[in-house]
Design a protein around this ligand. Structure first.
Ligand code: BGC
Length: 470
């Protein structure tokens, strides 16, 4: 390759055709640890499989890191689900209340978003549940369903030990939440108590579920081959349909399907140090500033809450070494969250050779003298961060698909990183193709409002099952 520049031909750095040859050599070298080759990804897959097995088995579950909680959801929708349901969706900085109407083929949704202010996210649990109950009452009033006792599905997007379809013990907080008095308690009971304190709304909690389960269910409603649910949003997690005989923590009689959905909670993967060999100094820095430092380490490599921060730390590091913006502007990147995952997503929207959006973003942040080379380097940093996240997410899917052994699998996916990033889906598909047994056919399906429709569907399927058993 006579035209290739020295950094691209450097045998230590490898030949990656996606990397702009104009990226500064030292930046390229420093970012190398973020570029995971397929051999490394296969090692991670083997580690994850081992973690999943340990979570599923009775003997090893208590000490397991990837908990693989049984969800008590055993049946997928069959398309006959009908009725009106309320749904609550708590899992990020926003909280949503929904009224979902299923008619067998379609669903109609009315919903309202409420903010969860920081002081509620980190205050006493009672305040959080009072806030939820207040939002629910306000919404029920606006929708004119205040006096009807509607079935409700509660999407709780945090680790949850389920003891039944309507009993869920909060196991830990993630994503910046840390309300006191919740961990170790049944969140359905906490919700019912908050509703009783108000005394003005009637509900019947029919199901508590994780957002991954909701995502799987909402996609299964549209495509019966759906077997996996994945969230790539503020946080990350996955669930899949496991054979009941392998789910040793699920001590229930076989109700017919022989399966149960497993909520992997694989965001905790690596919390025992097994992923330390891929973590960079920047990963350590991002983790160290979190209220849950040392925990959810896999999630911190992948999800929206952390990607922008990673980019910020790299930019800061390269400014301080005089490799970006002529060594100026460190103050603009020194504040936590001064560069967001949304901005990282936008940086990657420019077409190759164009620096329009990148320049706009950098100018908005306050940089005045941005060269084309700066733009190329900033885009490269963003690409390294988002590609690694996508490849690690791809590894999760490959691992689970190999484990399930089905020949055709649809994966339902939701979450802002997957939905809004211009290339994450493509990066994932490409990597899955490289790593997956070629006899398995897969499809990635965007879930339309999985947490809302999924909650209604879990409640509806449970109601159908109850009818069938009577
Ligand atoms: C939580 C999971 C959730 C995921 C996506 C993680 O932080 O532990 O329960 O599914 O975020 O919302």
């Amino acid at each position: 390759m006579s035209t290739c520049r020295s950094q691209i031909c450097n045998p230590k750095l490898g030949l990656d055709d996606w990397i702009d040859p104009k990226v500064t050599l030292s930046i390229r070298q420093e970012m190398q640890k973020m570029i995971l080759d397929n051999e490394t990804l296969k090692v991670i897959s083997a580690l994850l499989l081992d973690n999943i097995e340990r979570g599923l088995k009775k003997d090893t579950h208590p000490k397991s890191i990837v908990k693989c909680f049984p969800t008590y959801v055993q049946d997928l929708p069959d398309g006959t689900e009908k009725g009106k349901f309320l749904a609550l969706d708590l899992g990020g900085t926003n909280f949503r209340v929904l009224l979902v109407e299923l008619d067998g083929t379609n669903c109609n949704i009315e919903s309202k978003i409420f903010a969860v202010p920081l002081d509620i996210m980190t205050g006493p649990g009672e305040r959080l549940f009072d806030h939820i109950a207040e939002c629910l009452a306000q919404f029920a009033f606006e929708q004119g369903v205040m006096d009807i006792r509607l079935p409700l599905g509660f999407t709780w997007s945090f680790p949850l030990i389920q003891k039944g379809l309507t009993v869920g013990i909060a196991e830990r907080w993630t994503k910046g939440f840390s309300c006191s008095g919740v961990i170790g308690n049944d969140v359905v009971q906490l919700l019912n108590e908050a509703i009783a304190r108000r005394g003005d709304i009637k509900i019947d909690v029919c199901a508590i579920l994780n957002d991954t389960t909701g995502t799987l269910m909402s996609c299964a409603y549209r495509n019966p081959d759906t077997r996996v649910g994945l969230i790539l949003g503020t946080g990350t997690n996955g669930c899949y349909v496991e054979k009941q005989k392998n789910a040793e923590m699920f001590d229930e009689p076989d109700m017919g399907s022989g399966n149960v959905i497993i909520n992997m909670e694989m965001g905790a993967f690596g919390d025992d140090g097994c992923l330390d060999f891929i973590r960079t100094d920047i990963d350590l820095a991002v983790d160290a500033q979190c209220i849950n430092a040392g925990r959810q380490l896999h999630e911190k490599l992948i999800s929206g809450m952390y990607l922008g921060e990673m980019v910020r730390y790299y930019i800061l590091k390269f400014i301080n070494r005089g490799l970006l913006f002529g060594g100026k502007g460190a103050d603009l990147f020194s504040k936590q969250e001064s560069f967001s995952t949304k901005e990282m997503t936008q940086v990657e929207m420019d077409s190759p050779g164009s620096y329009k959006i990148i320049r706009e973003i950098l100018t908005k942040i306050g940089l005045t003298d941005v060269s084309d080379e700066d733009c190329i380097n900033v885009r490269f940093i963003c690409e390294c961060v988002s590609r690694r996240a996508a490849h690690l997410a791809a590894v999760v899917l490959v691992t689970v698909m190999h484990k399930m052994g089905e020949k055709r699998v649809v994966v339902g996916i939701d979450g802002s990183v997957y939905k809004y990033h211009p290339h994450v889906r493509r990066y994932m598909i490409q990597k899955i193709r490289e790593l997956l047994d070629p006899s398995i056919k897969f499809d990635l399906m965007l879930s339309e409002d999985g947490s809302g429709i999924g909650a209604a569907l879990v409640a509806a399927v449970a109601a159908r099952k109850r009818r069938e058993m009577q």
